[in-house]
Write a protein that binds this ligand. Sequence first.
Ligand code: WTA
Length: 653
Amino acid sequence: MTQNIDSTLQENRLFPPSPDFAANAQINEAQLLSLYKQAEDDYEGFWAERARNELAWHKPFNTILNSDNAPHYHWFEDGELNVSYNCLDRHLADKADKTAIIFEGEQGDTRHISYAELHRDTCRFANALKAEGIEKGDRVVIYMPMVPEAIVAMQACARIGAIHSVVFGGFSAEALKDRIDDAGARMLITADGGHRGGKIIELKQAADKALAHCGDSLEKAIVLKRTGHDVTMQSGRDIWWSDATEGACDECEPVWVDSEHPLFLLYTSGSTGKPKGIQHSTAGYLLGTITSMKWVFDYQQDDIYWCTADVGWITGHSYVAYGPLAVGGTIVVYEGAPTVPDTGRFWKLCEDHKVTVFYTAPTAIRALMKCGDEIPNKYDLSSIRLLGTVGEPINPEAWMWYHEVIGKARCPIVDTWWQTETGANMIAPVPAVVAAKPGSCTRALPGISADVVDEAGNAITTPDKGGFLVIRKPWPSMLRTIWGDDARYIDTYWGKFDNRYYVAGDSARRDKDGYFWIMGRIDDVLNVSGHRLGTMEVESALVAHPRVAEAAVVGRPDEIKGEAIFAYVVLREARPKGGIDEALTAELRGWVAEQIGPIAKPDNIRYSDNLPKTRSGKIMRRLLRTIASGEEITSDTSTLENEAILLQLQGKE
Ligand code: WTA
């Protein structure tokens, strides 16, 4: 494997933080060194001290880390706390009137919500959930537009110990149904619709379709009126949010839960056709979001923090709904697309709301970079002091543009590597101390033992040699298991090296300075616009179409999206003439959008009589990737069962 992941990228520019930034930062070099030293000398003591200082406990913990049942690790397990209490109640004494959320809808409507108001709304909604019979441990699926009520719903679940599972509003009815069933959810929280890209996203319609087909765990749906357009409400099942909260009490005593109580499930793609319900804990998860808010985002009381991620993704959990609120910050929440009414919208939002910390994905940076410098240059971006990126490796060109045109060469950029599974930032610079290199996520944070190992599991010490990215020791915000499939948890993340390390599924290298460079996924997971998609998921969707016999899906490099989806399809009927059938291609793209969601639509579909297989019947994906990227085939194809198929696959016949 490691021969295939030799690195080609060489980037030597170094960007130290400006003296101005460093002078005002929360963590200076001496402090960072002392954190590293403490973590090195007394790993458990290091995390225990953070947990005691950063979290408000109802009952303090005594046990720090329990590894008896490794690779299931329990952190702070005999303590009791509540996440919503930590995010809201504990700020009421001194920050009741501080703005927690600055919301802007796509159509320009804005709302400022204070901590006192967010607390009140959360309590009311938590009481509404209780009135509908939702109890500690019940699963609640949230399928909402990016509006403050999505955060209220998450916080309310946390408040009563219910386990939420947020499903991104861009996922289809089919995907929603699968997630409701897998989680065994009793309740769905949704909206009539949301505004995005100048259109209404028909959430309730999709929810109705999902509910018509899902199993009997689901009893009720609470529906927020957002767009006000007509939707059908099924009596006995559907309740308007406003009715559910009417007369509900403004106070709701938090339900104190164990540190290890599951806070949420979040489904993410893996290398099989079935998404995994990543299960996170209460205390450890929240701790990871808080420490990273301080270390990586240099959180300061007067920051206006804007992470552009939707709450449907882990980034929207950790850096919208939980981390920034747990530290008492002010966040910006924007409902819509970056292109409405024009591609200056993000920069206008930064100007209007005086954003100080801006965190987004490389795909958005690349897309906005293409629109030219004149657009951001029209806006006053002087409030911004720190920039961040997440989701995929950022190419140096986009990094430089972000640095110069958005950051005016003043603001550090934190390139944060982490995953749905890790819960919080893992490898990222502490901005006042660690000089950035464009395209590198730099160093592991204190208490995070990231490393790169070879096929045998030995640390790679040769600079720039690629290998498997692993985490050697458990950390508090790590996933606890895969919901309902513990065997898959062990197999996917621990199996490769006999349960010794957590295996991230990425390849990486370290340069001569010890900086990490992420090279990409080593499993069959694509990274399309920073979103994870399993090739198998798209394949399963394609073969579910009555006209499709077989499909193989690979990624091809794409300038904006990072990776684009390339599908090779074998039909049950004869191959279309010349391999072209535009009507069918459009139908299959629409079909995949219905099965998974529009983000999974293949960008290319190529028809062939067969797929390239070895004599043992294995599809040669590497070959398909070469063809999809338009490169010459240099590997030996003589082991192919059906070498003649190559011309069709290349679109030459
Ligand atoms: C990729 C998103 C390079 C990586 C938080 C990882 C990155 C996957 C970076 C997780 C980064 C994330 N540089 N690659 N800074 N951040 N990735 O679960 O392949 O949606 O395994 O979590 O995104 O994606 P996920």
